[in-house]
Design a protein around this ligand. Structure first.
Ligand code: FES
Length: 114
């Protein structure tokens, strides 16, 4: 963890269904937290780069999520949309300590200060 990280405890591993998601409301924006079928966790902005669809309501497959509005596929590790007009969403580091999920919100903090 870097010196500028700001980790917050956002809940238990069991709070997020396998191949599912949870919406985290933090001042500065909504963050979609995803759990893949192999129990990896990824966090990205809950706003599709196409027209702002709620990515937390999308379908998780492999390490990707498909937006529920127009089916743009987002790569969860990079936040990049697949395709020529894919765009990109911000990603957030996630750490799992035992049964607790930690989220680094330092990017949100820096954004508020700027
Ligand atoms: S808003 Fe997500 S694909 Fe259009």
């Amino acid at each position: 963890m870097s010196q500028t990280s700001k980790w917050v405890d956002i809940g238990k591993v069991s709070d997020v269904p396998v191949r599912g998601s949870r919406l985290i409301q933090i001042s500065g924006g909504g963050i979609a937290l995803f759990r893949t079928s192999d129990d990896q966790f990824f966090a990205i902005d809950d706003r599709c780069p196409h027209l702002g669809g709620p990515l937390s309501q999308g379908i998780v497959h492999d390490q990707r999520v498909t937006c529920p509005l127009h089916n743009l596929v987002i790569d969860l590790p990079s936040g990049e949309g697949q395709g020529p007009d894919g765009g990109c969403v911000r990603t957030y580091p996630v750490d799992v300590q035992g049964d607790r999920i930690l989220l680094d919100i330092s990017k949100l903090t820096r954004q508020k200060v700027a």
